[in-house]
Design a protein around this ligand. Structure first.
Ligand code: TYC
Length: 102
């Protein structure tokens, strides 16, 4: 509509506007204690990576301090972070997983 009972013009959009959701990187952080094999397992299990890709991501984090495991919408990224942090805590490893807006 272009008018209302208050006499104030209101312009509404006709063409459907696709609102793309913001995207978030999920990152693993390096530490000195979490076993390499545990990190590889985490990347395979929670980020659906092949063993080869998971190993590469783990080694990237080991050498660079931080690395990306995937890019997701806010809710999915938040779920990944919680799942990884809970799993690491359960196994008493200090592994840290965080998300950041792209
Ligand atoms: N730096 C760890 C080690 O030498 C391995 C490791 C890799 C830990 C990646 C955390 O996100 C990580 N055992």
């Amino acid at each position: 509509g272009d008018d209302d009972r208050s006499g104030t013009a209101i312009i509404t959009r006709t063409k459907p506007r696709a609102k793309r959701p913001s995207l978030y990187r999920v990152l693993l952080l390096n530490d000195d204690y979490t076993p390499m094999e545990f990190v590889v397992h985490v990347v395979e299990r929670f980020f659906n990576k092949s063993h080869e890709d998971a190993y590469q991501i783990m080694m990237h984090v080991h050498h660079n301090g931080v690395g990306e495991c995937g890019v997701f919408t806010y809710e999915v990224a938040e779920t990944k972070v919680t799942q990884v942090m809970d799993f690491a805590r359960k196994h008493q490893h200090p592994l840290q997983c965080v998300m950041e807006k792209k």
